[in-house]
Design a protein around this ligand. Structure first.
Ligand code: ADP
Length: 213
């Protein structure tokens, strides 16, 4: 929810009752200067509460803060908040992949074969292989990973909302952000990013901060 200041609430009331109204007129009504009002008007316009039309003035759009939040998460694309992917090759040993996981401080590694996405390996997969007693120095990561076509993917153009739904529905921590390559009907995926619960949490915090400013 947007936490509006008392002055912002007053501006909304003035615009509601007098629309279209210029910023000059709003300022006069509140006995303030236009410069003082400018940040409030910017925030209200940005949140979609008010609409500003050049040479006409401000209109009330009637958007609630809830609408603002859902609009934002539907409009922000995965490409805007994705992270750099961490990848290993299928032949990489489980031991080396675990070292990569620690060095990169990451919970999921994407696995490539011939440069294309072939699997995903996560903490639980490593734990499973450890309690299964495999020789982690010899076992390639390709044997313990979750393999294509069972990988849940996202693309740069997908909304963060849709991608977040995939994370919840499939109960995973992250999705590879991919670019589809179609070689005469043979569809493969290049890994161009990583979209994880951390990205979503960061966005959540950023949207919360905007509300406080
Ligand atoms: P963790 O092992 O840290 O709990 P996840 O919950 O993401 O991490 O992984 C659980 C299982 O799901 C693992 O077997 C992993 O290989 C698999 N997995 C992880 N991400 C994906 C994905 N995007 N698509 C399909 N399977 C995945």
């Amino acid at each position: 929810m947007i936490q509006l200041t008392e002055r912002q609430e007053k501006i909304i009331e003035i615009v509601k009752n007098n629309e279209p109204i210029t910023s000059d007129a709003i300022a006069q009504n509140l006995k303030l200067t236009r410069a003082t009002l400018r940040p409030d008007l910017t925030i209200l316009t940005m949140f979609g509460v008010l609409d500003a039309r050049p040479k006409v003035g401000y209109f009330y759009c009637g958007k609630s803060s809830l609408n603002f939040f859902s609009d934002r998460i539907r409009n922000i694309k995965v490409s805007e908040i994705k992270s750099v992917p961490v990848v290993v090759q299928e032949e990489t040993t489980v031991y080396d992949a675990i070292v990569t996981m620690f060095l990169e401080d990451i919970g999921t590694i994407f696995v490539l074969s011939d440069g294309y996405l072939s699997g995903v390996v996560s903490r639980k997969d490593f734990l499973k292989s450890a309690i299964g007693g495999v020789d982690i120095n010899k076992m390639p990561v390709g044997v313990i990973m979750t393999r294509m076509p069972n990988i849940v993917i996202t693309t740069s153009g997908e909304s963060v909302f849709r991608a977040a739904i995939k994370i919840i529905e499939h109960q995973v921590d992250s999705l590879p952000v991919v670019e589809e390559i179609n070689n005469d009907g043979d569809i493969r995926y290049k890994v161009i990013g990583r979209f994880s619960k951390t990205n979503i949490t960061r966005l959540f915090v950023d949207l919360g901060k905007t509300d406080l400013e």
